[in-house]
Structures are given as structure tokens and as C-alpha cells.
Design a protein around this ligand. Structure first.
Ligand SMILES: Nc1nc2c(ncn2[C@@H]2O[C@H](COP(=O)(O)OP(=O)(O)OP(=O)(O)O)[C@@H](O)[C@H]2O)c(=O)[nH]1
Ligand SMILES: [Mg+2]
Length: 343
């Protein structure tokens, strides 16, 4: 054979091999991203986009207006709306701010920030004052949590993060692969189970989600698990038959443990903005939610959605997702949140 031809073939082969190696490395990097970073970054860093959006805008408005007048108030309301705080909560915040201005005779726009921070803190503390606003896993065994939501919002990742938290504290965790729609979804959950030290109940692709949930619940009771985390397929809130499927899953759970699931969580992507409110309303109608998990707060300047959602719907945000590693699932804490955004 011609030596040039041999060289060409060898080079071509080397290029193909290199490309395959690069693809494998990139794929691996993507699927293990959650495992990296074990240090706990501050919430302030994680919510930097929301903080910068809100405080940056506030500084701009204060500079522009200087004094306290109607225009300043209009600009501030617009700023709150842009941070996705929602019409109702923004209106209430501005009303309270006007009262404070009157009460303390504030004339300088520079004094607004500390009052605004306190008003938002008070509003959140009023909205989040009940015990049920936190994840209810104490005093129940097994603790059963059902995860619902539209496609790609972070249901499975949240289950992985939560499983890790429970297994690290010595609890036995059973994941239930209720997303039977895609084989890849079942495999994805199985990988998380292995990595987090959880067990998994799975059936083959296409089987009835309620059937695998039934098996999972039976196993959890028989084997005395501490925690059961049930994954479901992403579904559009407008599809009635898929919403009914969720009700069926819930009835199945109740057949085995009548007061379960102890949490029915809707996972919502914070970057979807006000649509999150519509999703929460429709999922709540179909399957009575106990709380929300608001994910991807690290990637948006619209973190104010946390404020609007509880104020408007009375469904508490129980957990927030602020990144892709295990440490990036946090319990929602009002003071921590307000400080992260304002300080
Ligand atoms: N930046 C960021 N990414 C997140 C967060 N939570 C989840 N993700 C990413 O969102 C993507 C989708 O996550 P999944 O957990 O597969 O979402 P899902 O809701 O199970 O998706 P389906 O099962 O397809 O409906 C993944 O790339 C996650 O790493 C978060 O809090 N922050
Ligand atoms: Mg999933």
C-alpha cells in the first residue's frame, strides 16, 4: 500500500479516536456535575444575579431620582415586578413603603433600601410563619415524598440531592422510578441511587407508574425504609389525563400508608418566571401540593419569585435549588434569603 495512504488512514483514525475520547470525557463531566464541589458556597454568591439585579437597579433609581416622590415609587414598583416578585406582592410592598415614608418622614431616596429590606423580610416572615412551611420528615417512617413538575425543571436532580442529605445522616432511602415514560429516566435515577447510597424500585419502560409506586411502597414498609422519594415523569400542567395519572399515583400511595405522601412537592424552575404561578395553581388543583421546590435560582435575576409565590398562592417554597451539586439544595429560610439579596 502507498505509504502516504497509510499515513492518511493513521491520522484519520487518530482524529476519530481523539474525538471519541473528548465526547466520552464531556459526557462524563455532564453526568457527574452534581458530585463535584463539596464546599458550601454562601447563598449570597449563589443568588448573586438576583442581588445584583435588584440592588443594582435600586442604586440606579435612587441616583436618578434623589428625592422621595411618586416617580420614585413608580420606578421601585417596576423594579420589583422585574425581579418577578409579582403584581400583588409588589403592590403590597410599595403600600407598606409609603406608610413607612410617612411615619418616618423620609425625604431622601438613599434611605429607602433599609426600609425596603425590612418590609420584604416582614412580609416573608408573615407568609412563612407556620411549622408546615418546612419539609415534614420528622416523626414519620417511612417519610414519603412525591415529586411532580413539568419537564426538565429538576425533579430527578432534587431527589438525588435530597437522597444524599438523608443517606449522609444515616437514613435508609428508597427511590421509586415513577418516570416510566423513558428508559433513560429510569437509568438516570438508578445512577443517582448508586451514587447516593440509596436503593431503587424500578420496572421496565412503559409500565404503569402507579404499579411501580405500589411495589415501592410495599418494599418500603416491608423493609423498614426511613425515606421514600418518588420520581415522576415531567408533564405539562395543561394535560388533563397526565394530571389524573398523578391523582392515581397518590391514591396508590394512600392504599398502603393512608397519611402518605407526607410531602407532595411541585418542582418549578425559577427562570420560568410568572408561569411558575400558573403551574403551581394547576398542579395544586390536580394533586393538592404541600410545597414547592424552586430550582435554578442561581441562574436567574428573577429570584423575587420566592416572595410572590407564597404571597399569592399560599403554597410554601420548602426547598431551593441553587446549582448542580449536592450542596446546592437548601431549606428555604427567610432571614438567610433576605440577607443574601440585600447585604
Ligand atoms: N443551575 C442549576 N441547574 C439545575 C438545578 N436543578 C436542576 N438543574 C439542572 O436541570 C437539568 C434538568 O434536571 P432533571 O433533574 O433531569 O430535571 P427533571 O425535572 O427530572 O426532568 P424530566 O425528568 O426530563 O422532566 C439538569 O441539567 C440539572 O443539573 C439548580 O438548582 N440549578
Ligand atoms: Mg426526571
Amino acid at each position: 500500500m502507498d505509504t502516504n495512504l497509510i499515513i492518511y488512514i493513521t491520522v484519520a483514525l487518530l482524529i476519530v479516536i481523539c474525538a471519541i475520547i473528548i465526547i466520552i470525557i464531556l459526557k462524563k463531566k455532564k453526568t457527574v456535575s452534581i458530585e463535584g464541589d463539596t464546599k458550601q458556597e454562601s447563598l449570597k454568591d449563589k443568588l448573586a444575579k438576583t442581588k445584583n439585579g435588584l440592588l443594582g437597579k435600586l442604586a440606579e433609581i435612587v441616583n436618578l431620582r434623589g428625592k422621595v416622590d411618586d416617580e420614585l415609587m413608580d420606578d421601585l414598583e417596576e423594579m420589583l415586578l422585574q425581579a418577578d416578585i409579582g403584581v400583588q406582592a409588589s403592590g403590597d410592598i410599595i403600600d407598606s413603603l409609603k406608610e413607612e415614608i410617612k411615619l418616618h418622614k423620609i425625604t431622601n431616596a438613599n434611605d429607602i433600601q433599609k426600609h425596603l429590606e425590612e418590609i420584604i423580610r416582614k412580609l416573608l416572615l408573615k407568609d412563612y410563619g407556620r411549622e408546615a412551611d418546612h419539609l415534614q420528615y420528622n416523626n414519620v417512617k417511612p417519610f414519603v415524598a412525591l415529586f411532580t413538575g413539568v419537564n426538565g425543571v429538576g425533579k430527578t436532580t432534587t431527589i438525588a440531592k435530597l437522597a444524599k442529605r438523608f443517606t449522609e445522616s444515616g437514613k435508609s432511602v428508597l427511590m421509586v422510578a415513577g418516570d416510566t415514560f423513558r428508559a433513560a429516566a429510569i437509568d438516570q435515577l438508578a445512577i443517582w441511587a448508586e451514587r447516593t447510597g440509596a436503593d431503587i424500585m424500578r420496572q421496565q419502560e412503559g409500565s404503569d407508574p402507579s404499579s411501580v409506586v405500589y411495589d415501592g411502597m410495599m418494599k418500603a414498609v416491608n423493609k423498614n425504609y426511613d425515606v421514600v422519594l418518588i420520581d415522576t415523569a415531567g408533564r405539562q400542567h395543561t394535560k388533563v389525563n397526565l394530571m389524573n395519572e398523578l391523582s392515581k399515583i397518590k391514591r396508590t400511595i394512600k392504599k398502603i400508608i393512608p397519611d402518605a405522601p407526607h410531602e407532595t412537592l411541585l418542582v418549578v424552575d425559577a427562570t420560568t418566571g410568572q408561569n411558575a404561578i400558573i403551574q403551581a395553581e394547576l398542579f395544586n388543583k390536580a394533586t393538592e401540593l404541600s410545597g414547592l421546590v424552586l430550582t435554578k435560582l442561581d441562574g436567574t435575576a428573577k429570584g423575587g419569585i420566592v416572595i410572590g409565590i407564597k404571597h399569592q398562592l399560599d403554597i410554601p417554597v420548602k426547598l431551593i435549588g441553587v446549582g448542580e451539586t449536592y450542596n446546592d439544595l437548601r431549606d428555604f429560610d427567610v432571614n438567610e434569603f433576605v440577607e443574601a439579596i440585600f447585604e
